[in-house]
Write a protein that binds this ligand. Structure first.
Ligand code: HEM
Length: 408
């Protein structure tokens, strides 16, 4: 491959253009070479894709594999506490986000079959209750409070409990363990212990659902004899992993973004019917799930570049969603724009399975927060909010907020 404009030092992650904009080096690269060679810190020569059209094409092309067991996962930035991979990771049964068709299709079909319209409607009612109860909890606190801990993390965790049919008695332990993967101040040993506890718990839950199915999605899946207990456990874990951190960071970073754009916030408060569009725009603008990986299973042409077989390809959804070739004034948060077509839920066979659910959660979450806390504001200067540039999913570590009027 030609190294003429390769980034020699891995992927830039520092948010030097502000907390909501892509790193300026990515913006520069997207303009000059939207499919760029990228030299990884471990010496691997791979690619970085930042242009909207190129990302869309790539994600629609299953010759770009999602499997972690066919190549070493080259991490495009220096790692702190994670050991560097030297060989491919084994496939985890049920973890179909890291599979290709036909294995992927078999498992995904089972799940989409369980996400029925009727079930989504029932879930919607439960989600509205979960949000109201969590807002009651927030209103009882003496401000300032951390919106991440008190609202944004618990809501999606409780929604996943509903989805999986986690009994009420287990929910507190479930929440504590699942939050441990997502916060910074846990050692790798603590994270591994939480992972072990969660997998053990889910395996037990799945076994119970198979013996005595209930009304939840997991029970629906457990009724299918062609899915093994290991596959069901892996699929349940995937729902937790994919649905918790993403939605939590959208709720907290989205609130931060609205508070930093008071005119947009005022417009949304005055016109609550703008909420669905505002959620799409926040999804585009923030792209909290930014970086994804694929492996080229053969030599593939992509927007004029030849990606060699075996290369690791790094995708930036954030850069793609801020591509001026697709969205006018992409750096402006505009809740009235049509943000449809954004790539924040991915594209192609792996496109987010939980997107309807995530939308329901965000509409309920932002809608409830704005209604119940009309004087919500940051409790620290914006520059002091700690950004999650060191995590897989972007967002804020904490969001100290305060309010004056008693919340109704
Ligand atoms: C896949 C984003 C919420 C379940 C994906 C992908 C993206 C994404 C970008 C594609 C991954 C790829 O192509 O490799 C998000 C964002 C969310 C969100 C930004 C919140 C705002 C959820 C929720 C659930 C969920 C609530 C379910 C509870 C999944 C699953 C996949 C997936 C199971 C894998 C689909 C497959 O491989 O076929 N998500 N997601 N997500 N998401 Fe979400």
């Amino acid at each position: 491959m030609s190294q003429t404009s390769a980034i020699p030092y891995g992927l830039p992650t520092e948010r030097d253009a502000g907390p909501f904009a892509p790193p300026s080096e990515l913006t520069r690269l997207r303009a000059v070479r939207p499919v760029s060679p990228l030299l990884f810190p471990d010496g691997h020569e791979g690619w970085l894709v930042t242009g909207y059209e190129a990302v869309r094409q790539l994600m629609a092309d299953t010759r770009f594999s999602s499997r972690l067991d066919i190549g070493v996962l080259h991490v495009p930035y220096g790692t702190s506490d994670m050991p560097v991979a030297t060989e491919p990771s084994p496939q985890i049964p049920g973890m179909f986000i890291a599979m290709d068709p036909p294995d992927h299709s078999r498992l995904r079909r089972r799940l989409t079959g369980a996400f029925t319209v009727k079930r989504m409607r029932t879930l919607e009612e439960h989600i509205a209750d979960i949000v109201e109860r969590q807002l009651d909890h927030l209103a009882r606190l003496a401000p300032p409070a951390d919106l991440v801990k008190e609202f944004a993390l618990p809501v999606p965790s409780l929604v996943i409990c509903e989805l999986l049919g986690v009994p009420y008695a287990d929910r507190e332990t479930f929440q504590v363990n699942s939050a441990k993967f997502l916060v910074r101040d846990q050692s790798i040993e603590e994270k591994m212990a939480a992972y072990g506890a969660m997998m053990g718990y889910l395996a037990e839950l799945v076994t119970r659902k198979r013996a005595e199915p209930g009304e939840d999605i997991l029970s629906d899946l457990a009724r299918h004899d062609d899915l093994t207990i290991e596959e069901l456990t892996g699929a349940a874990f995937l729902l937790l992993l994919a649905g918790h951190e993403t939605t939590a960071n959208m709720l907290s970073l989205g609130t931060f973004a609205l508070l930093e754009h008071p005119e947009q916030l005022a417009e949304l408060r005055a016109n609550p019917e703008l909420l669905p569009g505002a959620v799409e725009e926040l999804m585009r603008y923030l792209s909290v799930a930014d970086i994804f990986y694929r492996y080229a299973t053969e030599d593939i042409e992509l927007c004029g570049e030849t990606i060699g077989k075996g290369s690791t390809v790094v995708i930036s959804l954030l850069a793609a969603n801020h591509d001026p070739a697709r969205f006018e004034n992409p750096g402006t948060l505009d809740i009235r724009r049509t943000a449809r077509g954004h790539l924040s839920f991915g594209h192609g066979v792996h496109q987010c399975l939980g997107q309807q659910l995530a939308r329901i959660e965000m509409r309920a979450g932002f809608g409830g927060l704005l209604r119940r806390f009309p004087t919500l504001r940051l409790a620290v200067p914006a520059g002091e909010v700690k950004l999650r540039t060191d995590m897989n999913i972007y967002g804020v570590h904490e969001l100290p907020v305060t309010w004056t009027a008693p919340a109704g």
